[in-house]
Design a protein around this ligand. Structure first.
Ligand SMILES: Cc1ncc(COP(=O)(O)O)c(C=O)c1O
Length: 402
């Protein structure tokens, strides 16, 4: 997205209005958080905005690991890892390589992982074909390499258009990169990996960079994610994940390579590693504890608990006739409420708050101008009764704006 003055003014107006209506720009007022509730505007609500889908942020093993590490090492080791990594960084690297069954670079954020990888992997003359709904962080990182590669947006998850583009580009010398998400962060739909894999087999200069921030932990063996856990993972796919969502720690991302030389190149030469601070002591400690849970059989039990909740919601929403945009088994759900009329989105969001639920109101530019609506995420702290009451509240609030 180009941040023109017109768009900046529109976003400014939306956020100002949302803050005045007390549906965004909020501050948690709790003395303690239990994962299930959050207090805002003086009211204790069920929290449907958390992206910590598995509820690991309240796991005592992660908490104790942070306390122990900070007690022993301090809150920060302020130097880049090019010179010296933090005491537990090697252990985390080893555990994550086991979890992903492939080497991974660890970055302070997912966005910085994109930036570092693109800087090294994308070469002069390459073509970037960017899915129109790829996360803003991917699109932002792509802009940093447009001095050497040409970028084109292509329609969302449309493999026919991708094929046509590839056929048209046949004979060009550079590599062609398809940039996309694994599980899309707004609507929760999933990249068409089977078709993509087929195209990658047919076109040897096609590479894919996929941001699977939301697939991490909730899907795949050992919680390696939707893309890395898929049978359609291709050797020319590079997959980035987040550690600060379902993995349950306070920051961090990882970029996972199927090719060891690519990994080594980005690990050694990636600008983030050289110029930015590294993932810090408390986060590394929590990540080590979370990785150990992911590598044990327990992760299957935790994933099953989450899937039960997602299925329960999807079943009830269908029965209630709620038009959930994508019913994919993903943790985030989106209902268009208002469409072009964001005032209706505000009305529904306030109605849900009045019924005891905190959801995220979403409008342009996070979605297109006619898709304003409500996004909410399911997580392991929720009870089945919470989900049943939520479905009733959504149905009633949508009826009120019909
Ligand atoms: C799909 C996706 N990728 C990347 C990011 C950015 O992650 P980070 O804050 O770790 O850079 C987000 C943020 O929520 C996201 O949803």
């Amino acid at each position: 997205m180009k941040f023109t003055d017109e768009k900046i003014n529109l976003v400014d107006a939306m956020v100002t209005l949302g803050s005045a209506e007390k549906i965004c720009g909020l501050h948690a007022e709790d003395a303690e958080l239990d994962g299930r509730h959050i207090t805002v505007n003086g009211r204790r609500l069920i929290n449907l905005c958390s992206l910590s889908y598995l509820g690991l942020e309240k796991d005592a093993r992660l908490r104790d690991a942070v306390i122990d590490a900070v007690t022993r090492y301090g809150t920060v080791m302020a130097m880049t890892s090019t010179f010296c990594a933090t005491p537990q960084a090697r252990e985390l690297q080893t555990l994550l390589a086991q979890l992903f069954e492939a080497p991974a670079i660890i970055t302070p954020t997912t966005t910085l992982g994109h930036l570092s990888t693109f800087a090294v992997m994308i070469q002069a003359g390459d073509q970037l074909l960017i899915d129109s709904q790829a996360h803003n962080s991917v699109q932002l990182a792509a802009k940093t390499v447009t001095d050497k590669a040409q970028a084109t947006l292509i329609p969302h998850s449309n493999m026919k258009v991708l094929r046509r583009k590839l056929e048209r580009l046949a004979g060009t010398t550079g590599n062609i990169w398809y940039l996309a998400d694994g599980i899309y962060s707004m609507f929760g739909d999933k990249a068409p990996l089977e078709e993509l894999h087929q195209l990658m087999e047919e076109f040897p200069n096609l590479y894919a960079y996929i941001d699977d921030a939301h697939g991490m932990s909730v899907e795949g063996k050992n919680g390696k994610g939707y893309v890395l856990g898929s049978r359609y993972l291709h050797r020319r796919m590079i997959v980035s994940v987040s550690l600060s969502k379902a993995f349950g720690v306070g920051g961090g991302g990882a970029v996972v390579f199927q090719d060891h030389d690519w990994y080594r190149k980005v690990e050694t030469c990636g600008p983030i590693k050289i110029f930015s601070n590294q993932l810090q002591i408390p986060t590394v400690a929590a990540a080590v504890a979370s990785a150990k849970i992911h590598l044990s059989e327990e992760i299957g039990v935790i994933q099953a608990r989450y899937q039960e909740r997602v299925r329960h919601f999807e079943r009830l929403a269908e029965q209630a006739g709620i038009p959930v945009v994508s019913v994919s088994g993903a943790p985030m759900k989106y209902v268009i409420a208002g469409g072009r009329d964001s005032l209706k989105t505000i009305q529904v969001s306030k109605g849900l708050q009045a019924d005891g639920f905190l959801i995220s109101p979403v409008s342009f530019p996070a979605v297109s101008i006619n898709q304003s609506g409500c996004r909410f995420s399911l997580n392991n702290h929720l009870t089945f009764n919470d989900i049943e009451r939520l479905v009733g509240s959504i149905a009633a609030n949508l009826k009120a704006i019909a």
